[in-house]
Design a protein around this ligand. Structure first.
Ligand code: SAH
Length: 450
């Protein structure tokens, strides 16, 4: 086998990033855009010592799980890796992914894993409440917006993403039209020149409120009053338009300063009975069809009776904390983003909750200062919990620990430490599909003290 060889392959499995996997005499090949059960003709593109890559050139016989991709840009855009897979098969893939992580990385036996069937998402199209669109220039010199191609900063042009809120199309076209008309430049990353970098939108699906945040490499946006007028006239629900001043040369999307151009610098949304104020700087769960299910699970796993001291670490705007507070004695939330903590405190007041307090800081540092907990809930970003935090958890060893995770690999790594060194046992793991069409999978795990 050598580079550029074309061969017929039977795809056997789907890798963790959604790539097809086939074997030739024990040698592993990864083939993008292919699915288990596909018989394909593929061209070898790269051969390494233990594995290689190939490109699918022709599907000879399609997998029974293959469907016509529900997005015309799926092959180029880095967003949805599974848009050519049936949703039923996507759910099985996610369960398998969590299972594989728990056994391979977590070291749990098949019997120990206790994986519950994944909770599917009611909506798999137009479900996302938040979008971050890069703005740039294409080869013809025209202003474009869309999404980054997989593993690159090349913009795949679209204003019509199938998983985003439908209002985005009108928001983007209005802003791009305005930029062209007024000669406002798009940011060119490599040269670090040009004005408009990103357009970040968020929609509260329960309230219908929309925020639009325009990230600029400058201090202001010329003629912004006109843009504001057009956006508000055209798009129903806009309650907040802001400018984010971001002049640094970095990949991070938002800069530090926010200038309110219209309405408020936050929107409201509701999850179940609770209302939340959300700033553009704050994290907020992206799939509103699943958030309540996720939080109800966390609450159920926490097993509260009303007497407990509970920590909610990585609490964002205090969403989980406030769900827990109704059934706990006292809740302490910790979060690193100061604006999110401002929201969390306001959200407690907004909902008449008086037994939740919030602290800005790193979970691994602030947790050490909190009163001894009976139950801990953690919901870290993809990189998982810091080792220092795991040590603090192990020192207190509360009866129950609920781990909400958006990455089964780091979840498994942390559960292994908690179960082998920390005196915990894994009770159950419940995957929840927060990110339909993508390979990412959320799960909630319950650990109890041995
Ligand atoms: N539980 C919340 C937020 C979960 S997302 C919700 O459901 O909405 C993870 C959060 O962790 C983000 O808000 C992020 O800002 C925060 N974060 C990241 N690193 C952190 C750290 N070291 N300490 C505390 N919070 C952190």
């Amino acid at each position: 086998m050598k580079k550029n060889d074309v061969m017929e392959l039977e795809v056997e499995a789907l890798g963790s990033e959604g790539e097809g996997i086939a074997h030739v005499d024990g040698y592993t090949l990864f083939i993008k855009d292919s699915l288990p059960g596909d018989r394909i003709e593929a061209r070898i593109t790269k051969l390494l010592k233990n594995y290689g890559y190939a490109r699918c050139e022709k599907i000879i016989k399609a997998s029974k799980d293959r469907m016509e991709a529900d997005c015309p840009l799926s092959k180029r855009c880095g967003g949805c890796q599974l848009s050519h897979l049936s949703y039923e098969a996507e759910l099985r893939f996610k369960e398998r992914k969590v299972f594989d992580c728990l056994t391979r990385i977590g070291g749990f036996s098949k019997e120990e894993v206790k994986l519950l069937p994944i909770l599917d998402s009611e909506a798999t199209r137009h479900y996302r409440n938040k979008a971050q669109f890069p703005v740039g220039v294409n080869k013809a010199g025209e202003i474009v917006t869309g999404f980054y191609a997989g593993r690159s900063h090349e913009i795949v042009e679209t204003m019509d993403c199938g998983i985003q809120a439908e209002e985005n199309r009108l928001i983007l076209s209005t802003i791009v039209e305005f930029m062209k008309e007024k000669g406002i430049t798009a940011y060119r990353e490599v040269e670090h020149r040009g004005l408009v970098r990103h357009i970040v939108t968020r929609k509260g699906f329960a309230t219908g409120e929309i925020s639009v945040c325009i990230v600029v490499n400058g201090d202001s946006l010329p003629k912004s009053e006109l843009l504001v007028k057009r956006l508000v006239e055209r798009v129903k629900g806009i309650e907040s338009i802001s400018l984010n001043v971001h002049k640094k040369k970095t990949n991070v999307i938002l800069g530090d300063d926010l200038v309110c151009l219209y309405g408020r610098d936050y929107i409201f949304d509701k999850i179940g009975e609770l209302s939340f104020k959300i700033s553009p700087f704050s994290f907020y769960q992206v799939n509103p069809f699943q958030t309540k299910k996720l939080y109800d699970l966390a609450l159920d796993f926490a097993g509260l009776t009303g007497k407990e001291i509970v920590w909610d670490l990585y609490c964002g705007i205090g969403t989980i904390s406030l769900f827990l507070a109704k059934r706990a004695k006292e809740v302490f939330g910790v979060e690193i983003v100061p604006e999110a903590i401002v929201n969390a405190k306001e959200n407690a007041a907004l909902n008449g909750i008086t037994n939740a307090s919030f602290f800005v800081g790193k979970a691994e540092e602030e947790a050490e200062k909190l009163p001894r907990p009976d139950v801990i809930v953690v919901d870290p970003p993809r990189k998982g919990c810091d080792g220092k935090l795991l040590a603090t958890i192990i020192k207190h060893r509360p009866e129950r620990l609920v781990y909400v995770s958006c990455d089964p690999a780091t979840l498994s790594r942390d559960l292994k430490i908690l179960c082998t060194e920390g005196g915990y046992q894994l009770e159950k793991v419940q995957p929840v599909d927060q990110f339909p069409r993508s390979v990412h999978c959320e799960s909630v795990a319950l650990l109890t003290r041995l």
